[in-house]
Write a protein that binds this ligand. Structure first.
Ligand SMILES: Cc1ncc(COP(=O)(O)O)c(C=O)c1O
Length: 377
């Protein structure tokens, strides 16, 4: 059987990894400034993570959601504390798209409405409604085009107010990333997030904070939306939550009432997934990784901005995007091929940095050194 060929692949065969580093089958060592799409939050093969998962696998790997699984409660309690949302309830699932599907479903159940406000440049996943509220018609099949989504300009308070004034009674939810990731590391303005909160309150709509990429401590606070001092009704998390183990969550404010059968999943919240998520939170908390993200991000970003081959830097903490000059439109490929550095991209030409949250000053310097070399060549 062949693999269904949907991914453009770099000609690299990755074999092992440690911290912020990965090695290919030829023994070449790469600096991972991308963490496999923001997934690696505590570093590759962190010893505590490996030990907790290994121990759990030997004890019980899976049982279904038909019995009490004590690790789920432990995870909910720990996540509530670390995220600063102890009064929210947790629904566990498997991916970012699935978390967003469930968040929007909860919003629709609660309001009895079916319109979702999303924004230009948004990415919320590739399944049913998640892709419908994603601003990319190329990845929407006809079955995904059901007229539920309305796309408004990002960071435009006036446009949002205007839409709500006309159609606010129809809106089930507003879904917004605190920092658009796939859209090019675009930070949501504080005023914009506050306007979403105000209008959702006024019109009885649900504020869904997609924190799949920008959340989990990456920006220095647990949620990127926290920088604006707003509380969303529902937060979705995935990526960094399991450091590579597929686990995702929906954090639901106490205003929502659950009923049996409302949501469900076979794999979501299985003991192995909970062990992975607990190991991640223990390390985020124990090693002050949110503080490290803020500190190393604040160190890196201005130094990147100083580079003569960079025209603009955006982001917060360890979620950084920058624009190379037109002569360096191939910068990403050059960093990978010539310097063994993984970075991400956002169309058309943004370089995205989403490294592990325990990136050290030395590793940041290593990246800066590689960038500096470019101007010497
Ligand atoms: C903001 C955001 N939401 C949702 C998703 C979808 O997550 P997943 O690929 O785990 O379904 C992504 C993935 O890149 C994302 O960046």
């Amino acid at each position: 059987m062949q693999l269904f060929d949907v991914y453009p692949l770099q000609p690299i065969h990755i074999e092992r990894a440690n911290g912020a580093w990965v090695w290919d089958t030829d023994g070449r060592k790469y600096l991972d400034m991308y963490g496999g799409h923001a997934v690696i939050s505590i570093g590759h093969t962190h010893p505590h993570y490996v030990q907790r998962l290994t121990q759990q696998l030997g004890q019980i790997g899976f049982y279904s959601n038909s019995v009490h699984l004590p690790l789920q409660r432990e995870l909910a309690e720990t996540l509530g504390r670390v995220s600063g949302k102890p009064d929210y309830a947790l629904f566990l699932c498997n991916s970012g798209a699935e978390a967003n599907e469930n968040a929007l479903k909860i919003a629709s159940f609660r309001t009895g409405r079916s319109k979702v406000v999303a924004f230009k440049g948004a990415f919320h996943g590739r399944t049913s409604l998640a892709v419908e509220v994603t601003d990319n018609p190329k990845i929407q099949a006809p079955v995904n085009q059901n007229g539920h989504a309305v796309f408004l300009p990002f960071n435009d308070v006036a446009a949002l107010e205007q839409y709500f004034a006309a159609e606010g009674e129809q809106v089930a939810a507003v879904i917004v990333e605190g920092i658009q990731g796939v859209g090019g590391i675009r930070v949501a303005d504080d005023d914009f997030l506050r306007a979403i909160r105000r209008l959702c309150d006024q019109f009885g709509a649900v504020f869904v904070a997609d924190s799949v990429q920008c959340g989990y401590g990456r920006t220095g606070l647990f949620f990127a939306h926290d920088h604006a001092g707003v509380q969303a009704d529902v937060y979705t998390v995935a990526k960094g939550m399991g450091n590579g183990f597929p686990v995702a969550g929906v954090l639901i404010s106490p205003e929502f009432e659950a009923w049996h059968g409302m949501l469900g999943t076979t794999f979501g919240g299985n003991p192995l997934a909970c062990a992975a998520a607990l190991a991640v939170l223990e390390i985020i908390e124990g090693d002050s990784l949110m503080h490290n993200s803020a500190e190393i991000g604040a160190y890196l970003a201005p130094k990147i901005a100083d580079s003569p081959i960079v025209t603009e830097v955006r982001g917060r903490g360890l979620m950084i995007g920058f624009e190379p000059t037109p002569e360096w439109s191939h910068l990403r490929q050059s960093l990978l091929r010539d310097d063994a550095v993984f970075t991400g991209e956002a169309k058309p030409n943004t370089v995205r940095l989403l490294p592990t949250l325990n990136l050290t000053r030395e590793e940041a310097d290593c990246f800066l050194e590689k960038l500096r070399h470019k101007t010497e060549k």
